[in-house]
Design a protein around this ligand. Structure first.
Ligand SMILES: [Zn+2]
Length: 90
């Protein structure tokens, strides 16, 4: 009888430790997210919307097609097609 109680106690202990560990892992994941969850986001280029000069659509800066003018000014377009259209308009 005592052996059975002891066995149950050990089992209970394992379950408690296991669930506790899972909870701690969850908290740690929230506090320090793994790096792969942050993929696609860089601090240097935040998710800013820029306006396409050709059609006026707003696109995320990192997805925009860029054209740098000689004076250093950066022009943004939603697609290569818009960039070409804009160039042919001039
Ligand atoms: Zn466009």
């Amino acid at each position: 009888m005592l052996k059975l109680l002891f066995f149950l106690f050990i089992l209970f202990l394992f379950i408690t430790i296991y669930s506790f560990k899972k909870r701690v892992d969850n908290i740690l994941d929230t506090l320090f997210p793994p790096k792969d969850k942050k993929r696609g986001y860089t601090k240097n280029e935040p998710d800013v919307l820029v306006k396409c000069l050709n059609c006026g659509v707003y696109v995320p800066k990192r997805d925009a097609v860029k054209k740098i003018r000689l004076n250093g000014e950066v022009l943004y377009f939603c697609s290569e097609q818009c960039k070409r259209d804009y160039n042919s308009k001039k």
